[in-house]
Every structure is written in structure tokens, then in C-alpha cells.
Ligand binder design. Structure first.
Ligand SMILES: Nc1nc2c(ncn2[C@@H]2O[C@H](COP(=O)(O)OP(=O)(O)OP(=O)(O)O)[C@@H](O)[C@H]2O)c(=O)[nH]1
Ligand SMILES: [Mg+2]
Ligand SMILES: [Zn+2]
Length: 307
């Protein structure tokens, strides 16, 4: 049996890295298998063709998910050991999206970091928001993939792990990869003139091996994102400081909303927990409830809006 890693997924067309490092195209056997970038798959060569055939998917160590329009978990990528969540000077950062990606990483049991890109466009990065992440233990890198300033820090954080880079469209995910790879491997495009929104340039996930550090999966940017958590009680596990403060609640099953003797609310009132992060937690709980009831409008083809 041959094994390979899925390094790109274009609908039902896959690109694989074989055990001998060769990169080949692949088709998928049958209709049931849904391999994603990062999957380890069983493959067999197709006689007389350049393509290989994927016949099975190995057990996933973890999976980054979002709910599809039917509220079921759709897998975006698998077997990840680091999540880099990017925000930037433009488009305007949506910190609630950053929080929900961090929440996804926490519930996957995977380490994550926040990257603030395009520092060349501003006098100061948004210190208060970034400090809130540092205080709860996240690594934060402020950088410019345009000038190259501090992009190397990302490489240091990454080590030899396999990361996925995620965030709003236009924040510079593909540009960061180009800067780290030292070549214009990934297509990029200017944000739109007026609204400063991204143009959804990257349309499929692709894994790139970086010289001198690990691998990184470039992923399509989003307008909104929510992890597929299954139940709203899982949301508390996705917010580090809420998970920790929750140990001090009077009730073991406290949801940290209106219960008396809640350690989380006490920490929000004392300022130990950022009110914005707490708001973000509440939105994630609500969103997960809405998803369970099937009542939401999709964006980006699937992910619901949290407002
Ligand atoms: N000024 C400045 N512009 C940047 C920086 N990084 C990226 N850009 C620009 O931002 C625009 C969007 O960059 P992309 O790399 O395509 O963004 P993306 O996050 O991959 O976007 P999607 O693929 O749509 O998700 C491009 O015009 C880049 O040149 C930076 O550090 N400073
Ligand atoms: Mg891109
Ligand atoms: Zn509580």
C-alpha cells in the first residue's frame, strides 16, 4: 500500500506528495471519500495515466472545521499542528473572527498564534487588542510581508510543524507565504479600492514547504468564520481564559451567562478577563445554538454570520 499527503485540493482534483517526495495529480475513487489538504491517503498508480487514484483516507489526528449550510461539520484541512490567525491594518480587523479561529484551534488541541500584518501602513499596531491576546498566553507577531519586517518571527514560531494560515480575505496570508518562501509562489491581489475588502484571491487550500522551517497551508480568506463545535458547552473550552476562570464557578455546568457565583463573570467585572473576549464567547455560544437549531444564513458558501 502506498501512502501520500494531500498538498492541494481543487474540488475532486487533488495534488499529492508521494513518499519519495514526487508531486503528482490524483483522482478519488468513488463518491464517498472526501480528502482534504493535510490528509494522509492510500494511493495506487493508474496504469497508463499520470494521475494516481486515492482509495482511502488515514485516520485524522485533528480537523479544522466549519458548519456547512445543513449545519454539519465540513472539514477544511486535517492533521495540522499550528494555526496562524492573521489580521491586518486593512481590511479592518474583525477580532471576533480571530477569536473564533483561536477557539477552533483550542478545541482541536492545537497551538495557535496571532499575526498582525501590514504594519507598514499604520503608525502603531492596535496595542490594546494585541495585548489582550498576549495576556492570555498567545504569541503575537506584528509584521509586514511587504517590507519583510519581522516575517522571520513566524518561521521561528513554526519550527518544523505543519501550520495552516487563516483569516479574513486580503489580510496578506498568501503574501506572508511568498515572503517566507522567498518566491512569488502564491497569487495575491490588492484589496478593493473603496471598501478595502479582500478579493477572495486564494480559492483552494495548498500546502507549501518552507525553506528552513516547516510546512504551511495557504487557505481561502473568509468574510466570516465559525468552528463546527457540535454543542454550545464546547465554546467555553475554546476560550483559554474562560476555561481557566470556569474552574472557580459555583456550578460545575456553569455556562458563564446568568448563573450566580460565576468565576468568569467575576473576572470580567474585575477586568481580569477582557469584556470584548467575553462578548466574543457569548456570540460563539449563541452561534453554536443557532447552528444546532439550523437557523442561520450562510456566508462564504457555508459559514454563518455571528451577528
Ligand atoms: N502594505 C502592505 N500590503 C500588503 C502586506 N501584505 C500583503 N499586502 C497586500 O495585500 C493584498 C492582499 O494580499 P493577499 O496575500 O492576496 O491576501 P490573502 O489574505 O491571501 O487574501 P485571500 O487569498 O483573498 O484570502 C495584496 O495587494 C498584497 O500585496 C503588507 O505587509 N503591507
Ligand atoms: Mg490568499
Ligand atoms: Zn461560570
Amino acid at each position: 500500500m502506498n501512502h501520500a499527503t494531500v498538498i492541494a485540493a481543487y474540488g475532486r482534483r487533488m495534488r499529492l506528495r508521494l513518499a519519495d517526495e514526487r508531486e503528482v495529480g490524483a483522482k478519488i475513487k468513488g463518491k464517498r471519500l472526501r480528502p482534504v489538504c493535510g490528509d494522509i491517503v492510500e494511493v495506487t498508480p493508474l496504469p497508463g495515466e499520470n494521475d494516481w487514484l486515492i482509495t482511502g483516507i488515514g485516520d485524522r489526528l485533528n480537523a479544522l472545521t466549519r458548519p456547512n449550510l445543513r449545519g454539519e461539520a465540513e472539514v477544511l484541512a486535517a492533521n495540522i499542528d499550528y494555526v496562524l490567525v492573521v489580521a491586518a491594518a486593512e481590511p479592518k480587523p474583525d477580532w471576533f473572527i480571530v477569536d473564533r479561529y483561536l477557539c477552533a484551534a483550542e478545541t482541536m488541541g492545537v497551538d495557535s498564534a496571532v499575526v498582525f500584518n501590514k504594519i507598514d501602513l499604520v503608525a502603531e499596531p492596535p496595542e490594546a487588542e494585541l495585548l489582550a491576546y498576549r495576556r492570555i498566553g498567545y504569541e503575537v507577531v506584528t509584521c509586514s510581508s511587504e517590507t519583510g519586517e519581522r516575517v522571520g518571527e513566524i518561521c521561528k514560531l513554526l519550527g518544523d510543524r505543519c501550520a495552516i494560515i487563516v483569516g479574513q480575505s486580503g489580510v496578506g496570508k498568501s503574501s506572508i507565504i511568498n515572503s517566507l518562501a522567498g518566491e512569488r509562489n502564491r497569487k495575491t491581489a490588492a484589496v478593493s479600492g473603496k471598501s478595502k475588502e479582500g478579493r477572495h484571491t486564494t480559492v483552494s487550500s495548498v500546502m507549501i514547504a518552507l525553506p528552513g522551517c516547516g510546512r504551511i497551508i495557504d487557505s481561502p480568506g473568509v468574510r466570516d468564520y465559525a468552528p463546527a463545535l457540535g454543542s454550545s458547552t464546547v465554546a467555553a473550552q475554546g476560550f483559554r481564559e474562560i476555561r481557566t476562570a470556569g474552574a472557580g464557578c459555583r456550578f460545575a455546568n456553569c455556562r458563564h451567562l446568568r448563573e450566580p457565583g460565576c468565576g468568569v463573570k467575576a473576572d470580567v467585572e474585575s477586568g481580569a478577563i477582557s469584556p470584548r473576549r467575553y462578548e466574543s464567547y457569548k456570540r460563539t455560544v449563541n452561534l453554536t445554538k443557532q447552528l444546532a437549531e439550523g437557523g442561520f444564513q450562510g456566508t462564504d458558501g457555508a459559514a454563518p454570520r455571528a451577528r
